[in-house]
Write a protein that binds this ligand. Sequence first.
Ligand SMILES: Nc1ncnc2c1ncn2[C@@H]1O[C@H](COP(=O)(O)OP(=O)(O)OP(=O)(O)O)[C@@H](O)[C@H]1O
Ligand SMILES: [Mg+2]
Length: 252
Amino acid sequence: MATNPVTLMQTSDAAVVCRRLTKDFGIGDAKVAVLRGLDLEVPYGAITLLAGPSGCGKTTLLSVIAGLLNKTGGELCVLGSDADSLRGSDAVRFRRKNLGFIFQQYNLLPALTAAENAAVPLLAAGMKRKPAVEKAEVLLEEMGLASRMRAFPRQLSGGQQQRVAIARALIHDPRLLICDEPTAALDAETGHLVMEILRRKALRSDRAVLIVTHDSRVFQFGDRIAHMDDGRIVRTEFQEHGHVPELVGREK
Ligand SMILES: Nc1ncnc2c1ncn2[C@@H]1O[C@H](COP(=O)(O)OP(=O)(O)OP(=O)(O)O)[C@@H](O)[C@H]1O
Ligand SMILES: [Mg+2]
């Protein structure tokens, strides 16, 4: 029988598969090993939460999965594509079409309004400005920002900027949504609204959501919680969801 090497794509149908993943920064004496042989699966149709102490490598891991940083070693498969086979302009197109990011720093463009910022992925995909901005306005309205569509980022509060960043990440209906602390600047009520929107996305069988969070109120929205420490996943918890729990009422 032929002995072709077994690839990650053949061994798992998860949206993201990491095996013995490593990421070092710097070289020689200055080398820092941040991801240290990490194993993780992010399944479709679920919210996967990633929790762990500051500096353990969460943002680095998201950046590697998102293709913003190259891995140092190990294997990584994203939406059925091996990270090693995705390079150059193909990788940029793949990311633009299939991934949505919510960064820890919101990275909004200061010269664009809230609605224009949220529309950026549609504009990048070639949609005309008017329908793109209209679509962004519908989503921003859903997120409680109806009165702030034409404001510039500097005129928005931290929580409002965060919601614009979330709208921008969702607007092109990405197959994989990657979020770094999406509720950090939000009050309980707005955090609940955002998590419900993310949860609706994640309940589709061809979509996956990966969220880094320190916010214990977010934990109840996860289907699994991967605990990270010192560059590795050390424990994974699984949760059943009969319904989305009432966050706001109970926290008050
Ligand atoms: N470009 C870089 N060069 C060198 N070291 C880096 C770089 N980026 C991150 N690090 C280091 O990697 C480690 C992990 O950083 P990372 O930002 O991934 O942590 P984190 O888990 O997201 O923390 P936090 O919860 O505070 O956001 C830290 O020690 C950080 O100093
Ligand atoms: Mg971080």
